[in-house]
Design a binder for this molecule. Sequence first.
Ligand code: AP5
Length: 217
Amino acid sequence: MRLVLFGPPGAGKGTQAARLAEDFGVAHVSTGDILREAVVKRTEHGRKASEYINAGGLVPSDILNEIVENKLSGMGCFLLDGYPRTVKQAEYLSNLHDIPLDVVILFEVPKDVLVKRLTGRRTCKQCMRIFNVNNEGITSTQTECPFCGGELEQRVDDKSETVVRRLQVYSDNTEPLIEFYRERGLLYEIDGDRPPEDVYADILGLLNSKNLDCNKV
Ligand code: AP5
């Protein structure tokens, strides 16, 4: 199983990836999570990436290509979330992996819903679970994770002005990938503006129809 979860900021890629990783035992490779960890640890990549992330721009592709190449090395089964984000990155990925992707899942969500989700997102610093003040589970003033008691935080790039920039960057740089993968017969579109469990049911239907799991790489 080699999947790419694809779509605009706030479309639900990370939410669905976490569940797929748990249920299928597939490695969840999130370039956003990897970069944020590098920023916290003040690694060389982290120092270079932080200004781009905070401004809602794209981190230079040479950094991302190196990260993904190292991460996927020897991995037969993976779920990519946040990469590729440009046609150049997609070309790099297809040259990198001698075994092709199985499917690219595009989550479609209207822009106003994305803005509401992103500005309402909170992440637990300890267990990394993702919540939203607009959904059941936490309130807008809550600071403790309901699962582990860890501190809930808002991502620096989820402030409203940065969200607007990220959505523009997506439409300018990442949307062209839709055609790239459609032409290659890999694109599968899902209506992401429904409850997470309904979105997940669609993904399961797709994986079953293609007979994909982690034992069949
Ligand atoms: P990254 O972390 O990848 O951010 P993103 O792609 O903008 O996606 P998000 O994590 O914001 O959203 P998501 O789709 O995962 O939604 P989630 O499930 O959390 O990248 C961050 C930055 O790193 C980039 O801006 C860039 O600077 C850099 N970067 C990363 N990769 C790069 C690359 N390849 N090249 C260059 N730079 C790169 O859900 C959002 C919220 O909605 C949550 O609160 C959740 O609870 C809620 N929610 C989810 N699903 C639903 C639903 N079905 N119904 C209602 N609420 C829902």
